[in-house]
Design a binder for this molecule. Structure first.
Ligand SMILES: *Cc1c(COP(=O)(O)O)cnc(C)c1O
Length: 419
């Protein structure tokens, strides 16, 4: 039996001698398929066993049928797999499926969301280049741009997410990249992706969007004019808080060679196991995102009507200052709701400490709802006056709504709000 397998493996001389309805077809051949179909079917590469569910290829390297084939693979003249640092069938299935969902020509998976952002900058920029980025980025992204990449001669100017004039004013002759995350965390401010793309392109710069909060189920930045999308697959793409992963997407010309080189020589590779987990996560992405959004919207309405709550931040609410822009560019409001409780830090901590169901953790994009006090955790290292200026007040709480029954979540929060 095993001998048979070995014999079957190499007759064509290619590890890619697998039938593939989607990735082997031209992009136009799959463009008529709906999002839901692509989420389940795109990228599938079956082995000769014809397994129905996608296979998990836990192997570090791949065998060549001859010296000539080995040479061709290493020279990039033969498309097959070489070594899992930069080629693996399970990882490729995840890449091809996510590319189909984002409407991208190319997707390169990375070890984590931070590796994706690092790869985006190292792959596309060089020392002496300048970045303009929104001030309200994920904390580690700010550290990466400011402290780490700053030491290697890539300078970043941080500006307001919503004030496009600040992006124009920050432009320099060497500005090469705009980097933005929308909606922002924790205040759910919305960046106008199409407008930022216009400003960037007029200056010969690229626009990269971290699409972690919306996922392609809600927002497709490339269709709005962005050049690059980055993902933390750790969040909603997995959706169950199990593994770390990331991805960079864009046109073939822009992304494939630089990001493959980044992986091949930098080594920030997504493990096949993690790729398999997030690949299967993509199958239920839209259903989950809609459930997260429906719960978040209901919770936002309920909080807005609660006397102990001073203010609610949620793009799906009519009271959100950018409600119209939000719904023009993303299908639903997202799964994250932030709100300010009356009574400052003491009252906010009381809500946290009264919860029995919501998990006190800064993660998000999980089936389990989470609650955070940003001022003392994710934003704790920011100077208090800067924090206040940007709206991260002592009474602010952030809830990433999971998939539990909303009535139970409300009851859990009610205890703290009414104590
Ligand atoms: C979590 C997160 C990241 C980093 O992703 P990791 O997978 O944890 O490295 C980047 N951007 C946003 C918006 C995130 O929420």
């Amino acid at each position: 039996m095993l001998g048979g397998v070995y014999l079957l493996e190499t007759p064509s001389g290619s590890a890619c001698a697998l039938t593939n309805l989607f990735t082997k077809a031209s992009p136009t051949a799959m463009s008529h398929l709906e999002f839901d179909t692509l989420a389940v079917r795109a990228g599938v590469e079956r082995s000769h066993f014809n397994e129905h569910s996608e296979a998990l290829y836990l192997t570090s390297s791949f065998v060549f049928s001859s010296a000539a084939q080995a040479a061709a693979r290493f020279a990039g003249e033969d498309e097959g797999m070489v070594y899992s640092r930069y080629t693996n069938p399970t990882v490729k299935m995840f890449e091809d499926r996510l590319a189909a969902l984002e409407g991208a020509e190319c997707c390169v998976a990375t070890a984590s969301g931070m590796a994706a952002i690092m790869g985006c900058v190292l792959g596309l920029l060089k020392a002496g280049d300048h970045i303009v980025a929104s001030r309200s980025l994920f904390g580690a992204t700010v550290q990466l741009l400011k402290n780490l990449l700053g030491r290697f001669g890539v300078e970043t100017t941080f500006v307001s997410l919503t004030d496009t004039q600040q992006w124009r004013d920050a432009l320099r002759p060497n500005t090469r990249l705009f980097f933005v995350e929308t909606p922002s965390n924790p205040l759910t401010e919305i960046a106008d992706i199409a407008e930022l793309a216009r400003i960037a392109h007029a200056a010969d710069a690229l626009l990269a969007v971290d699409n972690c909060f919306c996922t392609p189920a809600l927002q497709r930045p490339l269709a709005l004019g962005a050049d690059v999308v980055t993902h933390s697959a750790t969040k909603y793409l997995d959706g169950q808080g199990r593994v770390l992963g990331g991805a960079v997407l864009g046109s073939d010309k822009l992304v494939r060679a630089p990001l493959t080189t980044f992986l091949r020589t930098g080594g920030a590779t997504l493990s096949p196991f993690n790729a398999w987990v997030v690949l299967k996560g993509l199958e239920t992405l839209r259903l989950r995102m809609e459930a997260h959004c429906a719960g978040a919207l209901q919770l936002a309405h309920w909080l807005e009507a609660h006397p102990a709550v001073e203010r609610v931040y949620y793009p799906g609410l009519a009271s959100h200052p950018q409600h119209e822009l939000a719904l023009r560019q993303q299908r639903l409001g997202g799964g994250v709701v932030s709100f300010v409780v009356r009574g400052g830090r003491e009252a906010a901590w009381r809500v946290l400490d009264s919860t029995r169901l919501l998990s006190i953790t800064a993660n998000l994009g999980d089936a389990k709802s989470t609650i955070t006090h940003p001022a003392s955790t994710t934003h704790g290292r920011i100077a208090p006056e800067v924090r206040l200026e940007t709206g991260v007040t002592e009474g602010l709480l952030r809830v990433a709504v999971g998939l539990e029954a909303l009535s139970d979540l409300q009851e859990d929060l009610r205890q703290g709000l009414e104590s």
